[in-house]
Each structure stands twice: as C-alpha cells, then as structure tokens.
Design a binder for this molecule. Structure first.
Ligand code: HEC
Ligand code: HEC
Ligand code: HEC
Length: 431
C-alpha cells in the first residue's frame, strides 16, 4: 500500500453509504454520526474495497499490521459480536476470541465513550453497514514479537478504561469538547507524543504533553495548545471552526494526514459539537514559549525580495518557485492559498511537515463532495535537497518568523522515506 494512495484512498473510497448521506445537516442517524466522529473509515477502509472491510497496512514499532474487517459479516467481520463484545473491543482492546488488539486501534481513546454513543455505534455497524466477506490479512510482526499477551501488561500500565466523567466547575460545552477531543476524535493519537512503549504521553488537560505536537508518518502533527506562535495561541474560536469545517483559515490550510481527518470526520460535526471542541481546545494552556512575544510582521524580507537582493540562502528559489502563490510578503491569498508568514506550521520546532509538503505537495481537501481549487505543487523532482533545505530555512525565518534551520541531510531522509516508488505504509512513528 503506497502512502500516497492511502491518503487519497480514504477520500476516494467513500461509498454512497458513507458519502453525501452525511452532509453537515442535523444528525439523522446517531450511530452513523458517532462513526464519523470516531473516523472509523479512515483506518478500516481502503480504495476499491467495500467500506469498513479493513486491509489498510499500518506500521507499528514492531512491524506492519493490517486493519481488520468490521462489517457485520459473520465469518470474516464482526457479525458474531454481541454488544458486550463490541464494547470490550472498543474500550479494552480485546477481540471477541479474547486476543488483545494492538493500540494502533485507538481503544485507549475510545475507552472514554459513553454507553449511549457506543450502543448507537454498534447498531450502525450491525444494521446499516453491508456485510462484506473479506478475509483479514495476518500481521507482519515477526515471531516471537507477534505474541499478543504482553499487551495485557501494556494495558495494565498505560490504558485507562474509565469512561469520560464530566469535570466539575466546567460548563457543558467544555465537557462535551473534552469528551470529543480525548475520546471519539482521538486527536491525541496523532498530536500527543508517544513514549518508549508507544503510549501517548498524556490523556487529558492535566498532562502538560497532551496535544503538544508529535511526529507521525513523516508529518508533524502540530501543537494544539495555547503556545502563542507554535500553537493555537493566536487563534479565535471562528478560526478553529473554519479549519475543522473547511480545512482553511487565515493562519493556514490543512495538509498531510490532517486532511484525512477533515475530509472524513470533522467537517461532519454539528455546529454545536465544533463549538464544544473549540471551547475545550482553546482552554489548553501553552506549555512552551508561554511568555514569548506574539508574532509580528517584519517588512524587511519583502523589501529585500522587491529589490532583488537574494543574499539570504533560499530567497532566490522562493522568488522562482513560491512567490506566485505565497507572495513577497508571505501572506498568500488566505484562506485559500495558505499564508506562510506568521503561520504556526512554519515555525513548528519540527520541520518535517514543511519538508514533506515541499517534496510531495498536498491532497485535495474535499468538503461537501467538492475538492478545493488550489494545490501546493510537488517539488521532489525540480528541487535538490540543498535547495529545499534552504528555501524551508528561508520561510522559517522570513517576515518575522523564527525557527531552527533545516539541513539537506534531513531533506534527504524524508525524501527517501516518502518516495512514491518505495513500499510506503501508513506509519504511526514512535519517538
Ligand atoms: C487509527 C486507526 C483506527 C481507527 C481510527 C479505528 N480503528 Fe478499529 N482497528 C484498527 C486496527 C489496526 C485494528 C486491528 C488491531 C489488531 O489486529 O491488533 C482494529 C480493530 C478493530 C476491531 C476489532 C475487530 C476484530 O475482531 O479484529 C473493532 C471492533 C474496531 N476496530 C472498531 C472500530 C470502530 C467502530 C472505529 C471507529 C469508532 C475504529 N475501529 C477506528 C485501527 C483503527
Ligand atoms: C501553485 C501555487 C503554489 C505554489 C507555487 C507554492 N505553494 Fe505552497 N501552498 C499552496 C497551497 C494552495 C497551500 C495550502 C495547502 C493546500 O491546500 O494544498 C500551500 C501550503 C504551503 C505550506 C503549508 C502552509 C499551510 O498552512 O498549509 C508551506 C510551508 C508552503 N506551501 C510552502 C511553499 C514553498 C516553500 C513553495 C515554493 C518552493 C510553495 N509553497 C509553492 C500553493 C502553492
Ligand atoms: C491522523 C493523524 C491526525 C489526527 C487523528 C488529528 N490530526 Fe490534527 N493534524 C495532523 C497533522 C499531520 C497536522 C499538520 C498539518 C496541518 O496543519 O494540516 C495537523 C494539524 C492540525 C491543526 C492545525 C494546526 C495549525 O497550527 O495549523 C488543527 C487545528 C488540528 N490538527 C486539530 C485536530 C483535532 C481537533 C483533532 C481531533 C478531532 C485532530 N487534529 C486529529 C494530524 C492529525
């Protein structure tokens, strides 16, 4: 499974069942809505196969595994699951036959789900999803690492199976937002760094590493806390709403694995739920740079470009390749052509996303069935490692941005890991 196909996969594979029927109207089918909130389709479907019949290859620190068939087929899917079996798989990571699931299935997050949502979700899978006979593929984890019983110990140490409990003193919107973010939305599965045992280093607002940003799949799932420059410290509620609904706002546009989340999940959220999630996220204190000065625009970069002064390495490449869309002042044409001046992504301590987007471009953001109009082009063939390192370093430090330089070696590494000709898999990387 090539990575580029995987990203696209999920967009293209949506059958009528999971297509327009779920436009952002008031919720018609509760279970289908819960499946959207949990983004089951992103992992449990691949293109050209029946929805939810599994087959996606995911890398884990031990080796690749394949996502399983969760259609109600009795032989190859979950047709024999009772509600109790389903609840146990979803919350404790234990399959019907008793084997432990790898935490690539985000059960530590789904553990927070309430019973009402769980029942609706179970009904949706049993009654509305067509059964598909597709046999699960065995994992590629080599023996003896493939024995699953150590997962019981893992669960004991790392997984908390308590359902979400409302925090006293916080209003309903905040609590609903916390429930969605920590639970169904499993935002932490990508945005929270993982420890040595692949455990997320933080489950909720009480942990300072929760949603602080983390590497995955050669992208950087950025900081969602209130850090003023690298996090969401300058975002207002309407900015976050616009991003989760449309994939664009005045700070930037979605790309990489976040586009899967917007295309398949967050755009379907009701306004009330998006508002709740935003209320919660914007309450998460910054843990880095708390007192740093908020970004201010510095005109010197644009002035130098206007006067054709290309002393800064990367500035000439910027003028030749990037300026038509992102402009001399780095403002782009927000919200459609992303700005890169003052964009939190541009000053992310990890440059992975920037290198990856310049090498490989972006996939369409599809909202209400319509792909958006503008793409970030692919520069993998046109630009060398050194040219990419320089132009990325240039944008990380132009217009008042401040971030560490990028080396050609780092670009070479990501170029290799994201080579469309290699057997790329959907990686959840540990660091
Ligand atoms: C990030 C990827 C991911 C997401 C999102 C995800 N799953 Fe899974 N799921 C997996 C993987 C991987 C497995 C298989 C794990 C294994 O074999 O150890 C799995 C296994 C399961 C199983 C066990 C089935 C069996 O007998 O093998 C059930 C049930 C399940 N998922 C339901 C769901 C539902 C419902 C959702 C949405 C609310 C969901 N999953 C979302 C990755 C995911
Ligand atoms: C044809 C127009 C176009 C050109 C040329 C272009 N970009 Fe982009 N760029 C985009 C669009 C559009 C996005 C927003 C993501 C998307 O929707 O594809 C984007 C996004 C980005 C982002 C991420 C910002 C975000 O929040 O989405 C960075 C960084 C970036 N571009 C850097 C560059 C660099 C460096 C160059 C030159 C080497 C360049 N771009 C050339 C159109 C362009
Ligand atoms: C499959 C991995 C994945 C999941 C799950 C995920 N994200 Fe992301 N997210 C990313 C990546 C990668 C980026 C960086 C690219 C971008 O800005 O679009 C990102 C970026 C973002 C941004 C933009 C931040 C910025 O500074 O521009 C927001 C906001 C966001 N995510 C919110 C969420 C929320 C809320 C959830 C849970 C509902 C979530 N994400 C779940 C991978 C993920």
């Amino acid at each position: 499974m090539k990575k580029f196909n995987v990203l696209w996969a999920v967009l293209a594979s949506l059958s009528p069942l999971f297509g327009s029927a779920m436009a952002a109207e008031p919720v018609a089918d509760r279970g289908e809505y819960v499946a959207r909130l949990g983004n089951c389709v992103a992992c449990h479907s691949i293109p050209d196969a029946p929805p939810f019949s599994g087959g996606l290859k995911m890398a884990t620190p031990l080796g690749a595994i394949y996502v399983t068939n969760i259609t109600p087929d009795k032989e190859t899917g979950i047709g024999n699951y009772t509600y109790e079996d389903f609840d146990r798989a979803m919350r404790l990571g234990i399959a019907k036959d008793g084997h432990n699931l790898y935490p690539a299935m985000p059960y530590p997050s789904y553990a927070k789900m309430n019973e009402e949502d769980m029942k609706a979700l179970f009904d949706f899978f049993m009654k509305s999803v067509p059964a598909a006979k597709v046999v699960n593929k065995p994992s590629e984890i080599p023996s003896p690492l493939n024995i699953r019983w150590p997962l019981k110990i893992w669960n004991f140490v790392f997984a908390d199976d308590d359902r979400y409990e409302a925090v006293a003193g916080k209003d309903m919107a905040w609590n609903r937002g916390a429930y969605l973010t920590q639970g169904l939305g499993h935002c932490g599965a990508c945005h929270t760094p993982r420890g040595i045992a692949w455990n997320e280093k933080g489950q909720n607002e009480n942990d300072s590493k929760f949603l602080i940003g983390a590497p995955l799949d050669n992208w950087s799932a950025s900081n969602l806390r209130q850090d003023v420059n690298t996090g969401l410290g300058r975002w207002k509620k309407e900015d976050l709403t616009s991003f989760l609904k449309n994939g664009h706002n005045k700070f930037g546009s979605s790309f990489g694995s976040m586009t899967e989340v917007i295309n398949n999940s967050t755009q379907y959220m009701t306004n009330e739920d998006i508002n709740a999630m935003s209320t919660y996220l914007l309450s998460l204190e910054g843990s880095r740079e708390k007192d740093a000065n908020p970004y201010t625009y510095v005109p010197a970069t644009a002035e130098a470009l206007k006067e054709r002064k290309y002393d800064a390495p990367g500035s000439l490449t910027y003028m030749q390749q990037c300026v038509t869309c992102h402009l001399m002042d780095g403002a782009g044409f927000a919200p459609y052509l992303a700005p890169i001046a003052g964009n939190p992504i541009t000053v992310d301590p990890s440059p992975d996303s920037l290198i990856n987007i310049v090498l490989n471009g972006t996939q369409p953001i599809v909202v209400d069935g319509m792909p958006d109009a503008y793409r970030m082009p692919v520069y993998r063939i046109l630009l060398s490692d050194k040219e990419i390192a320089d132009v990325v370093t240039f944008i990380r430090n132009g217009w008042g941005n401040k971030a560490s330089p990028v080396t050609a070696e780092k670009v070479a590494e990501i170029r290799k890991l994201t080579d469309p000709a290699s057997d790329q898999v959907h990686i959840l990387r540990m660091k």
